[in-house]
Design a protein around this ligand. Structure first.
Ligand code: GCV
Length: 676
């Protein structure tokens, strides 16, 4: 047996001279990842602006002049019907015209034109956003740390704002606009009340100024107890007139600084956050009180449905139980923000049933771009295929909004893993057009990635992206297994974990329920009844062990280890095969990357190589930990042909990353800690 040494990540990365990238790089001619997917080419286009010029049109003209290789691009604002942001591009590879009914539409059209130029595609097209508000949620704390952030510290330099405005603010807004993102919630949903103080609102307004030309609206997460915490009111009861006045005055103050402020995001009565239920009021009463304060200014409340108490039997049912009875009670400017799955951003979850319920309430999906449960910024996991699963079942064509928890920090390359930029990109593209295929998005990003120095690398990168998320599911939690992470963090495996006094629904055994007879969480109508929360057609499929898709089997069913699946394998044989596949896939991602040596900017090549090495090692860790543990529970040897374990269960049980969720909320801090 090998000695078990799992460094969380020791990625001391060599910065080598590179070829290829041009602008934005710290190295002569090389990439450092700061360029994102943005155009680098030196343009030559003659750009004919429209009659009226706004700051957004100035950006648009500048982007085209600097980067388009066409001869002429003319821009025209044609007032009329149509969604804000929509555009039309006409012309050919020499002369083009972009028309839109808003200046931001022209800017989105310009980015589409530049994208098509780089993809070698015909520029003629027209497009309109399917979803009106396409919003990043930053879980950034005011002290600069980021909850579940794995790419350094917060981009927002609160100490030096509003006087000093980092150039990265504009770069951030530009990247967002280039993929159609038009909103950003700046701070953590576990919100400090200070964000609403006059001092911080002036800092927020400075950021809003920097973002405005790019059509990026600012929103804030608010602490429901702010009137008490900031101004010593003795209650935050939403029905109290003094509290209502406080929020109205606060809204007036915010809009006097930022007339285009987007609104509030609220996490209430969840994981210890204050909320209306503290006063015996409902979520609707709490949300509507804030909505009333924002309504005169056109502001919005995004009220999160991520709630679960320690007492209820099945955590997966709780958001629905608490919110569905409130259907129809929310004000017009309230949207209920619902995580894509019913538990918490696992590598694979079925759709949250709440998304398909509450027909008289505005709802939005919350995706997680940061990889809290998918290997942080160490593992390659392209998330478009995961988000597609939700969109495909739900059939989202028109929704008022969509949110993605950002994976962005102040690392030079913005996202920690250089290829995790593809997830920021994918979120924007899918939010704009939820019908785009994952392959299309992966292909677009790979073709535009400035780190590529030889175009023959593009299909290989696209293929790596497309295989990556399923690999993670296979080596972490296949067949509907979920939340079997170590207690102290959401990184490595610990299916055996027991912690005295801990909430049962924070422990792996609550979710996998493995015993000598079988495995899985019975959520059928004879179990927890969670299947009954789905629309009938879906409920029938999920409830029936023979119809339930294999990828959700152990989410919805507790089955004997000997249960036979449609393909003929038993559950145990299939589980062994999935974990094996995960390891081989992780290894083959590394091999595919190695084949690109010389075709990628060297420092990025070295960075990704090192992370893929960590991913392979972690895949093996998950494989051995889960199969050895479950084999001890069921008494069965590994199925025939399964890779033998490299490690002993005892050595894996002894692994300690020395980190907890609570001690140290950002992985970059964790990384430093482990490297010491
Ligand atoms: C912002 C999970 C995460 C928390 C996060 C929470 C939420 O529980 O682990 O870090 O808190 O979700 O979405 O509110």
């Amino acid at each position: 047996m090998k000695k078990t040494v799992f460094a969380y990540a020791v990625l001391g990365l060599a910065v080598a001279a590179a070829g290829g990238c041009g602008k934005g790089s710290v190295e002569a001619g090389g990439c450092d990842g700061s360029e994102l997917w943005l155009p680098q080419a030196e343009g030559k286009a003659c750009v004919i602006p429209p009659d009226s010029i706004t700051p957004t049109i100035e950006v648009c003209v500048d982007e085209l002049r600097r980067h388009s290789l066409l001869d002429t691009v003319s821009l025209a604002l044609i007032p009329g019907e149509g969604k804000p942001g929509a555009y039309r591009i006409e012309g050919d590879g020499v002369v083009c015209g972009i028309t839109a009914n808003t200046d931001i539409g022209l800017l989105y059209g310009a980015y589409e034109l530049l994208r098509r130029e780089r993809m070698g595609e015909n520029p003629a097209c027209s497009s309109a956003p399917a979803i009106e508000r396409r919003i990043l949620n930053h879980w950034d704390n005011l002290d600069g740390t980021i909850e579940r952030g794995y790419a350094g510290h917060s981009l927002w330099q609160w100490d030096s704002l509003p006087d000093v405005r980092s150039g990265r603010y504009e770069q951030y807004a530009r990247a967002c606009a280039s993929v159609g993102i038009n909103g950003t919630v700046l701070n953590n949903v576990n919100a400090s009340a200070r964000i609403l103080s006059g001092e911080y609102l002036r800092k927020v307004a400075a950021l809003a100024d920097a973002f405005r030309p790019y059509g990026l609206k600012v929103y804030l997460s608010v602490n429901f107890a702010s009137p008490m915490l900031l101004d010593s009111l003795d209650t935050a009861d939403p029905l109290n007139p003094g509290v209502r006045d406080w929020w109205r005055a606060k809204a007036d103050e915010i809009y006097s600084l930022m007339p285009d402020f987007g609104g509030f995001l609220v996490k209430a009565n969840s994981e210890g956050q204050p909320g209306p239920c503290d006063y015996g009021r409902s979520h609707a009463q709490g949300a509507n009180m804030l909505a009333e304060a924002l309504a005169p200014h056109g502001g919005l409340v995004m009220w999160r449905a991520f709630v679960y108490s320690p007492d209820d039997a099945d955590r997966a049912k709780q958001a629905y139980n608490e919110f569905q009875p409130l259907d129809g009670q929310f004000a017009d400017n309230v949207i209920i923000q619902i995580k894509n799955g019913p538990v918490d951003f696992q590598p694979r979850e079925p759709l949250s049933p709440l998304l398909a319920a509450m027909s008289r309430t505005k709802k939005m999906i919350e995706f997680q771009i940061t990889q809290e449960y998918l290997g942080h910024s160490n593992h390659l996991a392209f998330l478009a295929p995961m988000w597609r699963e939700t969109l495909d079942v739900l059939g989202v064509e028109q929704a008022p909004a969509v949110a993605g928890v950002a994976n962005i920090g102040d690392d030079t390359n913005w996202t920690g893993h250089p290829m995790a930029q593809a997830n920021w990109y994918a979120f924007g593209r899918l939010a704009w057009d939820p019908s785009l295929s994952s392959e299309r998005i992966a292909g677009e990003w790979a073709a535009q990635w400035p780190a590529v120095t030889d175009a023959s690398a593009v299909p290989v990168i696209e293929d790596m992206l497309m295989r990556s998320r399923e690999a993670v599911v296979d080596y972490m939690m296949p067949m509907g297994l979920h939340h079997i992470f170590a207690f102290g963090h959401h990184y490595g495996p610990e299916p055996w974990c027991e912690v005295e006094g801990a909430r049962p629904d924070w422990l792996p055994k609550y979710y996998h329920r493995a015993d000598s007879a079988g495995i899985g969480f019975d959520r059928t109508m004879v179990g927890s009844g969670a299947t009954g929360q789905y629309p009938e057609a879906l409920a029938r499929i999920y409830d029936d062990v023979d119809k339930c898709p294999e990828e959700y089997l152990l989410w919805f069913h507790h089955v004997p280890w000997s249960h036979r699946l449609a393909g003929g394998k038993t559950v145990w044989e299939s589980m062994c095969a999935h974990y094996d596949r995960g390891v081989s896939e992780a290894d083959s991602l590394s091999a595919a990357w190695e084949s690109l040596a010389g075709k990628i900017s060297p420092s990025i090549y070295a960075d990704v190589s090192e992370r893929l090495g960590v991913q392979s090692r972690d895949a093996r860790w998950w494989h051995d930990a889960c199969l050895l543990y479950f084999s001890e529970i069921n008494g069965l040897p590994f199925a025939q042909g399964t890779m033998p374990a490299e490690y002993s269960l005892d050595s894996l049980k002894a692994v300690s990353l020395g980190i907890t969720n609570y001690e140290c909320p950002t992985a970059s801090l964790l990384r430093r800690k482990l490297c010491r």
